[in-house]
Design a protein around this ligand. Sequence first.
Ligand SMILES: [Fe+2]
Length: 291
Amino acid sequence: MDMQTALIRLKAWFDDYVEQFASNDPRIQENMDMKEGHTRRVCAAILDIGASLNLSTEELCTAEATAWLHDIGRFEQYTRYGTFMDHRSEDHAALGVRVVRETRILERIGAFDQELILRVVGAHNRAAIPPEADERTRFFLKLLRDADKVDIWHVVTAYYQDPEQRRNHALELDLPDSPDISKPVYEALMKGELVKMADLKTVNDFKLLQMGWIYDVNFPRTFQIVREKGYLEIIRDALSVRSAPSTDVYARARAYLDRRCPDNRAVEVRNKGIRVVVVKKAGVERKVDDI
Ligand SMILES: [Fe+2]
């Protein structure tokens, strides 16, 4: 079976698998729908980012397969424990690996490199890419982590922008909405590091943690999406306080994004073996040697 046909079988299996968790309880069903929608959008995002990298059809199919399966453990997790919080239940990535093995879906389809996909699914939610991962695993993990972030940004910014939205404690981790920004959160972000979940004390901390995901983005297209959608600005505007620390954190994140985000109209030319990039911006042409 070629990979494109295999992918069609995998999608059909995903639909059937998710259907098993359908519930008459609207609260449960809402959470199932949320994860199903997330999975579909991560698939779209991974194809978008993958297309920007000129991947082969097989590589794109492999990337998409990781996206379909990355949160497959969420359905059993919520049904069994009533929460998506791993520390109150179990690691949803490890649970997903178990689901794929127990259902033998990839073995039955046969076209994919099951062990590669399971390594990617199993590590997609780690704080960082495992240092022992081989190059191919690292690459697909980076793609999945970027695509996953793109959709989490989409979800949280839609929530922040919707005034009708009732408060969703799952999206705020049950943290108090006090105006403070914690010192370890500020310090990590000003060093360009990710915020540790253990350092979160307020909703503002959590919003800034989401802004700080920019420091864990891997591919130019992902930076471009963040800039186009204005995710950093939406999160900044959603803070319940505008203070010197929050302004600093935003300014640093935005400067990093601008450095890493290629201009749409950047044209690469070769000049005597030295890479020179001509950037046309607002009608002004300037040369930069590093973007
Ligand atoms: Fe996940």
